[in-house]
Design a protein around this ligand. Structure first.
Ligand code: B3K
Ligand code: ZN
Length: 898
């Protein structure tokens, strides 16, 4: 994969198989924080399927080379350099032993081998293994690994690596060892080791075929009381993958280890998943319902990778969505099944709505900016920058579209064929598509464009009813609108869009559907149209009355639908659509339209007003006890400020904030009695229950509280919130109460109640880092006011003794929360937010480029903002560009400024 024209750009088109293969790897570690010696013995041979190369080029970074031995004899022709090790004129098939030294104690990048809280951990995906030893560190080189760990027994009593434990024992000088073997071939990015003072919650379960499996969740001793939920989630994941996909756990032992310094959520290393503590540790006092749900999803996600990612892996990193899109789809389906089984459509819809909301807010925005790329990117500078919403979330939507077309059974057939063909291989997105196509006897050539075209497709819809003929025609047109410039380059032709549609009659019930040419109505009231041309008309016959179309039901494709609904029609859909997703969608469209109109007015100083009919539509949802509480909560939550700002011709965060606040206040004051009634009715007294039902009640109740905190006279809300804060037996209620107190006090520059609660919260949870993260985040995302801008609070908190820039969770809780989740305050006209951003990106760049690059992305849409803000953002980006050191951040800011 050599560079071509532009230096440092890696291109998909340049893929070439490796000149050498490595069949076995035996690693020996002498673990010492400042100086770990790694001995790496590999069986190497020429790749019969690659062109000849005389020299073996191994990747290596930040390593001190000690020695190379080939077939037992010292090898003099080995040259270490900045990017690795070159061995000149090597034999065709040989044993190579390399010795090198690394410094885990000083490794603040959290990539490779590093120390956190006095324990050793690794993170190798994507290219961290080369920071541990010299290697062909690319996913199409797969080997079996044995690993010997040696360390001080007192300091590192637990020694873990992938696979099965072969032996362990004592060594002289207070040291001990453990030897592990992973029987499955794997790429280096799936290697892991852990060493330290840890304890485990253990369970033994029988897998589908009756084999006993040891499951362990390893944590620091004081966290053992927060492991039950992760263990339950793991057991549920194992059961689910057996039931839904016939996939069984293939190792005798499966371990999860929690670490508090971690760049992302978790990592699927074979048999030894390493997790950010945030996605493992939970009990009712410290974790919210959202945390519980996230843990279930991430535990599932990493476990499901064992088949989709590990048994079948990626040929190269351009294929990342092969494992990530597919595994996100699997974890979404898992969570939906856990919430609603296969049949409770309303409960499943809750999960679907949440996922689509994330996609639209984050992935659509990515598509509209300088980082827009296809699900299978064509090029990158730093692969870690491509673990994106597009690869993950849009990739998941692409996988979901196979299931939408073929049904669950057809999708399962495709998966079975995929494993039958590719188990043990490193393959491509095309291989996956071919398996799905072949198993279902369908030509999916056109579907390939979903992998190669960047940008969010737009589908505009025109409808016509012919009363005399009882025909209803739906004309769909697809395109990309203006799109981002980066996206336009890759657009080649129309997509195959599975477009789900229903027709609703005047009474609110679905009409039977019969397409022209069909003998009779199909019996289903939702049809998935095969929309394959730039413009295509679908005609329904025997349509007795003029229907209202319910478009893109359950969000059957990741597109933007343009259709001219009237406000009354949206209110009607919100009240009647049988598709729960579209019911929610109608409310969001209604709210978005009103909010954008209001934001336009706010931007030009025109007084704001909201039509009573909109208030009435929301009131109906609020008071409709036949709807599930979790659905009501989602339907009553207004689109986020970031999403709204992105919909404006020129993003104006202040105007969006003013508009959204105006509507929240209006809904709060107009429906005060209803909010209060809902607040009372949905309390969940007694012991905390982590069920979807109970969490739905809490969500709705706490939404009510947040609206009540908007009342012109918030005294009653403050009383309720204070009482809820004091009485809470769970973090969901306690943090919601604290948030309500902070926001109720914002207009007055703070309140005694809010400050007391904040102080209490800190004291109560001082020893729980994940809760202290919440304490920082709540303050960073709170509403501000002219006399009390949040930037000042954030700056003060940066100096708090509990703040630590080196810990990614802590950096995210304060800095990212402010820069990415408090748009109205971050985008202050005076540019103070941008100056802060630049300082933090530069500071993080020197510590941890991956985390810095994530933060850097929060200004990438700068061109879409109002002129003053645009200038401020450009200046900040230029400042970072002039000082940046890492390839990671450089790629982001250069693309943004290009
Ligand atoms: N595969 C990892 C992500 C690795 C990110 C490297 N920068 C976690 C996951 O998606 O499951
Ligand atoms: Zn993943």
């Amino acid at each position: 994969m050599a560079d071509t024209a532009t230096p440092n750009v890696i291109r998909r088109a340049d893929y070439a198989p490796p000149a050498f293969l490595i069949d076995t790897v035996a690693l020996e570690f002498d673990l010492v924080p400042e100086r770990t010696v790694v001995r790496n013995t590999m069986r190497v041979r020429r790749n019969p399927d690659a062109s000849h190369a005389a020299n073996l080029e191994l990747m290596g970074e930040q390593l001190e080379f000690v020695s190379a031995v080939i077939d037992g004899a010292p090898f003099a022709n080995a040259h270490a350099h900045e990017h690795g090790l070159t061995l000149d004129n090597v034999p065709d098939d040989f044993e190579l032993t390399l010795t090198s030294i690394c410094n885990p104690a000083e490794n603040t990048t959290l990539s490779g081998l590093y120390v956190s809280g006095g324990n050793f951990f690794t993170q190798c995906e994507a290219e961290g293994f080369r920071r541990i030893t010299y290697f062909l560190d690319r996913p199409d080189v797969m080997a079996t690994f044995t690993v010997t760990l040696r360390a001080s027994k007192a300091d590192y009593p637990v020694l873990l690596s992938n696979g099965n434990l072969l032996e362990e024992g004592d060594l002289p000088d207070g040291r001990h060892f453990a030897r592990w073997e992973d029987p499955f071939r794997k790429p280096s990015y799936l290697f892991a080791l852990v060493a330290g003072k840890l304890v485990a919650l253990e369970e033994r379960v029988k897998s589908g075929s009756g084999k006993e499996k040891l499951l362990q969740v390893w944590v620091e001793p004081h966290d053992l009381d927060k492991t039950r939920h992760a263990m339950d989630s793991l057991i549920n994941s194992i059961r689910w993958d057996e039931a839904r996909f016939g996939l069984e756990l293939d190792l005798d032992r499966f371990m999860i280890v929690a670490v508090s310094d971690f760049n992302m959520g978790a990592m699927e290393n074979k048999g030894l998943n390493i997790f950010n503590t945030k996605y493992v540790l939970a009990n009712p006092e410290t974790a919210t319902d959202t945390d519980f749900a996230n843990i279930e999803a991430v535990v599932g996600h990493e476990y499901f990778h064992n088949w989709t990612g590990n048994r079948v892996t990626c040929r190269d990193w351009f294929q990342l969505s092969l494992k990530e899109g597919l595994t996100v789809f699997r974890d979404q389906e898992f969570s939906a099944d856990m919430a609603g089984g296969a049949t409770d459509e309303a409960a499943r819809a809750t999960k679907r709505i949440e996922d689509v909301r994330v996609l639209r807010q984050m992935q659509f925005a990515e598509d509209a900016g300088p980082m827009a790329h296809p699900v299978r990117p064509e090029s990158y500078v730093e692969i870690n920058n491509f673990y994106t919403m597009t690869v993950y979330e849009k990739g998941s939507e692409v996988v979901r579209m196979y299931q939408t077309q073929f049904g669950r059974d057809g999708f399962r057939k495709g998966m079975d064929l995929y494993f039958k063909r590719h188990d043990g291989q490193a393959v491509t997105c095309d291989d996956f598509r071919h398996a799905l196509a072949d198993a279902n006897g369908r030509d999916l050539a056109q579907f390939e464009r979903w992998y190669s075209q960047a940008g969010t497709p737009r589908v505009s819809v025109r409808t016509k009813y012919d009363a005399a003929q009882q025909r209803y025609s739906v004309t769909l047109t697809q395109g990309y609108g203006d799109g981002a410039p980066a996206a336009r380059e890759t657009q080649k032709g129309p997509l195959l869009i599975p477009f789900a549609i229903g027709l609703i009659g005047k009474d609110g019930a679905d009409l039977p559907l019969q397409l022209e040419g069909e003998a009779k109505a199909s019996g289903c009231t939702t049809r998935v149209l095969d929309f394959t041309q730039t413009e295509q008309t679908f005609t329904f016959v025997n349509v007795a009355e003029e229907p209202l179309p319910s478009l893109l039901r359950n969000f059957s494709a990741p597109v933007i639908v343009e259709y001219d609904y009237s406000a009354d029609q949206l209110a009607f859909l919100l009240a009647h659509d049988s598709d729960p997703f579209n019911r929610w969608e109608a409310g969001q469209r209604l709210a978005t339209r009103e909010l954008l109109t209001l934001a336009g007015r706010a931007a030009t100083g025109v007084p704001l007003q909201l039509d009573d009919s909109v208030v009435a539509a929301f009131a109906r949802v609020l008071t409709d006890e036949s709807l599930s509480p979790s659905f009501r909560e989602l339907a009553l939550m207004l689109p986020s400020e970031a999403y709204l700002a992105e919909q404006m011709a020129e993003s104006n965060p202040a105007a969006v904030h003013a508009a959204r606040q105006f509507v929240r206040k209006r809904l709060a004051n107009a429906l005060r009695k209803d909010w209060l009634a809902v607040y009372e009715k949905h309390r969940t007294p007694g012991a905390y229950e982590a069920t979807p039902e109970a969490s739905g009640h809490r969500a709705l109740k706490n939404l009510a509280l947040s609206y009540l905190a908007e009342l012109d006279d918030p005294a009653e809300a403050v009383r309720l919130a204070s009482a809820q804060y004091d009485a809470a037996n769970n973090m969901t209620d306690r943090s919601a109460a604290l948030s309500a107190l902070l926001n109720a006090a914002a207009a007055n520059g703070g309140s005694v109640e809010a400050q007391q609660a904040l102080d209490d919260f800190y004291r109560r949870f001082e020893k729980e880092p994940l809760v202290i993260d919440k304490w920082f985040a709540l303050q960073a995302t709170q509403r501000g006011s002219a006399q009390r801008p949040v930037i000042e609070i954030v700056r003060k908190l940066m100096a708090h003794p509990a703040f630590n820039l080196k810990n990614p969770n802590r950096a995210r809780s304060l800095i990212f929360s402010f820069c990415a989740a408090n748009p109205a305050q971050f985008h202050a006209e005076d540019g103070s937010g941008y100056a802060f951003w630049a300082d933090q990106v530069i500071a993080l760049d020197a510590i941890n480029p991956q985390v810095a690059a994530r933060l850097a992305r929060s200004l990438e849409l700068w061109r879409r903002f109002t002129p003053t803000l645009r200038d401020g953002m450009r200046a900040a980006l230029e400042k970072v560009a002039s000082q940046v050191k890492s390839r990671d951040v450089r790629e982001i800011v250069e693309k943004a400024l290009a």
